[in-house]
Design a protein around this ligand. Structure first.
Ligand SMILES: [Cu+2]
Length: 164
């Protein structure tokens, strides 16, 4: 016979495994917006800057705009776009935020659109999730718990061109 205690032990273990695997399976649905695959890149050495990524799908009839972001671990957060112009990598601060068209998905990803955390005030532990508040023009604000990763997991990586 399986005792109650053992079942509880098993559940705790199971929960622990789920939490420690830090999968990308978490998806947040918020007022017609679907947020997924969100993560922050592990801070390199003594840098006090890092980047974050997310996929935002807008299922609404109306266009949406991500206006700004706030966290308690960096003094500033900017939305940046990155592209090559005349063989030079250009990083552009999108001061008006970024448009997410109706019925479309916007991908923040390495080498492209990204969230820039500037002047980090805390060390970002890999074992913790880090709260970042996303402010949208229509949907309002939502706090997302973002994990720290070395890089995006292979299983989620689509074939893409690399720009160096
Ligand atoms: Cu940047």
């Amino acid at each position: 016979m399986v005792s109650h205690k053992n079942v509880l032990k098993f559940l705790y273990l199971f929960t622990f495994i789920l939490l420690s695997s830090q999968s990308f399976s978490e998806t947040i649905t918020f007022k017609g917006l679907v947020l997924s695959d969100f993560w922050i890149k592990k801070v390199i050495a003594n840098n006090n800057i890092t980047a974050g990524y997310i996929k935002i799908e807008n299922k609404n009839e109306k266009n949406e705009r991500l206006i700004s972001l706030v966290s308690d671990f960096s003094k500033r957060i900017e939305i940046h776009d990155m592209y090559i112009k005349n063989n030079v990598m250009i990083m552009k601060h999108l001061e008006q935020g970024v448009l997410i068209k109706s019925k479309s998905q916007l991908d923040f990803k390495p080498g492209s659109l990204h969230i820039m955390f500037i002047d980090l005030t805390k060390s970002l532990k890999k074992t913790k999730l880090h709260k970042v508040k996303f402010n949208f023009e229509n949907a309002g604000s939502i706090v997302v718990n973002m994990p720290i990763m070395d890089k995006r997991k292979k299983s989620n990586e689509k074939k893409k061109h690399h720009h160096h």
